[in-house]
Design a protein around this ligand. Structure first.
Ligand SMILES: NC(=O)c1ccc[n+]([C@@H]2O[C@H](COP(=O)([O-])OP(=O)(O)OC[C@H]3O[C@@H](n4cnc5c(N)ncnc54)[C@H](O)[C@@H]3O)[C@@H](O)[C@H]2O)c1
Length: 400
């Protein structure tokens, strides 16, 4: 890397403080962290003092007073498009948290603004970037379980994160979806993230991919909350023509046993760590097979990224993606179109449920009924149409 990139963070909530901030010091050779911005003054002053950076309560002031290369946008999803469009219009590259935005028309405003102003746009979709996911992609690419035919992710994660994983594991764009939503009452609760729930909206999605693979995903708001006993166990299973990945265990059958039960042998991944300044950091995940080894190596281990079984590797990876895109004038590794498709798949599950459980083909019409409802609610909530990005820049977006 030839020069340090000046970095600011907008949004010091749960994700900004707990997920993004701790990784910045590890990437200090790449980024110069210069400023934070949040409408919550108390948190803002505290973080600015801790990190010795400038503090702003308004995005307009941040942009006017700092010379920024990249902004890390970690505000609620409704705020993504006004803030990102403003950054783009001011020639600032950005990485935005997930979902890229809550509807495709909003995402399209961001993409167009980025294109018009020649700025790089990365999305902080992180599920495929965590070490065990990276390792499983290596296992699939090696062909050891054969062609992926079916994926089950039950009580794991839903929405755009789940959809991202399903299509990346399937290795194909989606072809069609069936979404079924089942709603039941629960006692009124406030979860560990201070979200309120009095009902459980459980969505079952069945997807077919263009390459013939299929996937089933089941998820709900109460599962996400990990409340009322939900999410104590989940099923993650990837079935291939020669074997399967069940949880983290890889199974495959010796061809000599195909005609005599086809019972598979189980292979457990081995995790290796290194010591970086007295801390144990994940270095490698490997699988010892009778005839070869399959491995994934943590490219950030030497920087001390990956303590506690790989924590922070996903975050470092997405920050390095936007850094390389800016420095080398290349495309970020994920980008807006991938994230837009994840959101399209998630919206399509709701749309199918709204259409009385009708299967829908991709691409989903835009705006869909599900999106139209979100856009109408957006205007009622904030007093502006989603296209009015100028006044929307000054709105406070509360935790939902
Ligand atoms: N990738 C993941 O796994 C993951 C996990 C959690 C959250 N997220 C995403 O991260 C983002 C933030 O989520 P969170 O849980 O930290 O939310 P949060 O509500 O805890 O924090 C958001 C922060 O944004 C600030 N804010 C609101 N409006 C603002 C404005 N106009 N200008 C400046 N600051 C403003 C709030 O004061 C708050 O501090 C969301 O997009 C969410 O979907 C992603």
């Amino acid at each position: 890397m030839s020069r340090k990139l000046k970095l600011a963070l907008i949004g010091l909530g749960r994700r900004g403080r707990g997920g993004h901030l701790p990784v910045y010091p590890k990437l200090k050779d790449v980024f110069e962290f210069v400023a934070v911005c949040d409408k919550d003054e108390e948190v803002l002053r505290e973080v600015a003092a801790d990190y010795g950076v400038n503090a702003y309560t308004s995005v307009r002031d941040l942009v006017a007073r700092e010379e920024l290369d990249i902004v890390d946008v970690v505000v609620p999803g409704d705020a993504h498009h006004p803030i990102c469009c403003y950054l783009a219009e001011n020639g600032i590259h950005f990485i935005v948290e997930t979902p890229v935005s809550v509807t495709r028309p909003m995402t399209d405003l961001m993409v167009e603004a980025a294109k018009r102003n020649n700025v790089k746009l990365e999305v902080a979709e992180n599920y495929h970037r965590v070490p065990m996911a990276r390792f499983q992609f290596e296992v699939i690419d090696s062909g050891v379980i054969g062609e992926v035919g079916r994926i089950y992710r039950i009580f794991y994660e839903g929405g755009y994160h789940g959809m991202s994983m399903l299509r990346l594991l399937a290795g194909s764009p989606p072809k069609s979806i069936l979404g079924i939503t089942h709603v039941t009452g629960v006692v009124p609760i406030i979860d560990r993230m201070k979200r309120h729930h009095s009902q459980e909206n459980c969505t079952t999605s069945f997807l077919e991919f263009e390459n013939g693979a299929a996937a089933t995903m089941i998820y709900s708001n109460v599962i996400h909350a990990r409340s009322l006993g939900r999410k104590n166990a989940g099923i993650s299973q990837i079935d291939g023509t020669r074997g399967a990945i069940v949880g983290n265990t890889v199974y495959f059958t010796d061809p000599a046993d195909y005609q005599s039960g086809a019972i598979a042998n189980a292979y457990e991944p081995r995790i290796s760590t290194i010591d970086v300044e007295g801390r144990e950091v994940l270095q490698r995940i490997s699988l010892e097979l009778p005839d070869r080894e399959i491995a994934w190596e943590n490219p950030y281990a030497h920087l001390g990224v990956g303590e506690n079984n790989g924590r922070g590797v996903d975050m470092a990876d997405q920050l390095m993606s936007i850094a390389r895109a800016v420095l080398d004038d290349i495309e970020p590794t994920y980008g807006a179109q991938e994230a837009r498709l994840d959101q399209e798949m998630s919206l399509a599950a709701s749309e199918s449920a709204l259409m009385n459980k009708q299967p829908l083909a991709f691409p989903l019409r835009s705006p869909s009924e599900a999106e139209q409802r979100i856009l109408t609610k957006f205007k009622e909530t904030y007093g502006y149409d989603y296209t009015e990005t100028e006044p929307l820049l000054d709105v406070f977006y509360p935790r939902r």
